[in-house]
Design a protein around this ligand. Sequence first.
Ligand code: 3HC
Length: 303
Amino acid sequence: RAKRPAGAPDKKLARRIGKVGVVGAGLMASQFALLFLRRLQVPVVITDIDQARVDKGLDYIRGEIATLLGKGRISQDESNRLNALLTGTTDRSLFADCDWVIEAVFEELGVKQQVFGEIERIVSPEAILATNTSSLSVEQIGAGLEHPERLVGFHFFNPVAVMPLIEVVKTPFTNDETLATAMATAAKLKKNAVITRDTPGFVVNRILAKVLGEAMHAVDTGTPFSVVDDAVKPFGLPMTPFVLLELVGLKVGAHVLDTHHSAFPERFFRSESLHELADLGRIYERDGKGGIKGVDKQALAIV
Ligand code: 3HC
């Protein structure tokens, strides 16, 4: 018999998910919206604050469906079905009959609290609410909820299609039905799930913040980007610190470091220059074939 993951409640408590709502149509949200579509084969509604963002998310998802078809991973029938199950809108009232609504909006506590406050008024009292926050407190995100017992952290990793883990974050309020549904959903998405405490960075980002923070600190104190990355390469990490920072997004990276520094000022660095780099959006110049040409001149000028 398969072992029940540590802290997981009885699987029988899991609720059926017949429709999924996704708040935010950015890259992370679009990546997991596709995963929900593909693995659950249920209607998925993506939303954002304006139609241009929604359309960008829809284009990404449709493009990935076309790629899967091109690679022979899905049939023409499945491709048609997935496209038909996908809706994009700015109108959150379409969440009314969703059983699971997950958000990946801007990493700011007030924004997430407001989003969930609005969503709770739209969805049924049984619907489960999930947040993909990287390092905010899930309990605080749900502070204004009438039913905080239905809120759970459901933290994906970049690139969602490939990374095998989901951190399921339990708050003191999360009830067993919610937790069981989150675990069952992760299994349907074919991901490994671990249940983590609601503590800054959960498990993975807490460790990553150490590595990325030290890497930025080395740069901030005079070691060039490429020297840090080249020095780390032989240790067998799939990506060096700054390539990874570019993958997760420099804004998200800067935010993760800030959250850790605020919680544990003696243990974690924050980096002002990472914030400035985030406005630039990149560290390395690319050669157009996925290779690195060199450190971006503006990035060099910032630190
Ligand atoms: N989207 C979809 N599929 C992708 C992808 C993407 N962005 N990137 C890679 N893939 C797929 C490729 O299509 C390929 O699939 P195929 O074999 O079916 O064609 C497969 O992944 C392997 O791709 P590559 O040959 O390019 O693989 P690499 O060996 O270079 O590995 C990698 C790519 C898996 C991204 C690897 O470099 C890696 O594991 N990097 C570390 C990523 C990581 O640590 N992520 C966690 C970041 S932290 C985070 O997200 C949390 C947040 O809160 C900050």
